[in-house]
Design a protein around this ligand. Structure first.
Ligand code: ELE
Length: 205
């Protein structure tokens, strides 16, 4: 099994995290891991993100990746900070080749058959379906899966607690991503742990 697939099968939901203060990183990661979600995607959307990755790597049991990686610069910054996997909102050949060259598990976003085929050309078989809900939702993903039965997905974008299970019921969906677990500004660690516990109880693959 490819390392990226092992990560995707580690938990049914990957929390997508937008964290502004590195001091929040460890408590939030600990709450998520305690709730049963050990795969954490730190988006590079805040100036603190690289420090957040460094802090979260110190939390036992956490598998910490970077999201919002859009080019070689952010790829290398994320790897240098200790990211164990890389999520990108889209796929360019340059970024795909760089991630493969760095031998880091890589989950790029795709929506169309053409984007997916460009990923297959690079040897990739695991994709984020992004943005999931506004790109036709589950019916669109099902249609895409027809010709590409061996490809595995992590749909992300607009998925919430109430809709995650329907996505996970699809055979080619190994996990889903979402920001609902840690709403921005939520300082309620017990609430985060409870959100994680509920998500972790969903069908795991
Ligand atoms: O920042 C990135 O790299 C992204 O690709 C976007 C995130 O994955 C989505 O914004 C999560 O979607 P929501 O769960 O609807 O908030």
């Amino acid at each position: 099994m490819k390392p990226v697939e092992r990560i995707m099968r580690s938990a049914p939901v990957i929390p997508v995290l937008v964290i502004h203060d590195p001091a929040d990183a460890q408590p939030i990661a600990r709450a998520l891991v305690a709730g049963g979600l050990n795969v954490l995607e730190v988006t590079l959307r805040t100036p603190a993100a690289l420090d957040v990755i460094r802090e979260m790597r110190r939390v036992d049991g956490a598998i910490v990746g970077a999201g919002t990686v859009i080019d070689e610069l952010t790829l290398d910054q994320a790897i240098e900070a200790g990211a164990e996997f890389i999520v990108a909102p889209g796929l360019t050949e340059r970024l795909g080749l760089a991630a493969i060259e760095r031998a880091i598990p890589f989950l790029p976003g795709i929506v169309t058959a053409g984007e997916l085929m460009r990923g297959l050309d690079l040897g990739l078989e695991h994709f984020k379906f992004f943005p999931a809900e506004t790109s036709g939702g589950l019916p669109a993903l099902k249609a895409l899966c027809g010709p590409f039965g061996h490809v595995k997905f992590c749909p992300t974008g607009g998925i919430r607690s109430e809709t995650a299970a329907s996505w996970l019921a699809h055979e080619q969906v190994l996990c889903v991503g979402g920001s609902w677990l840690v709403p921005s500004g939520l300082a309620d660690l017990a609430g985060i742990e409870e959100n994680a516990r509920k998500a972790a109880s969903l069908l795991s693959k």
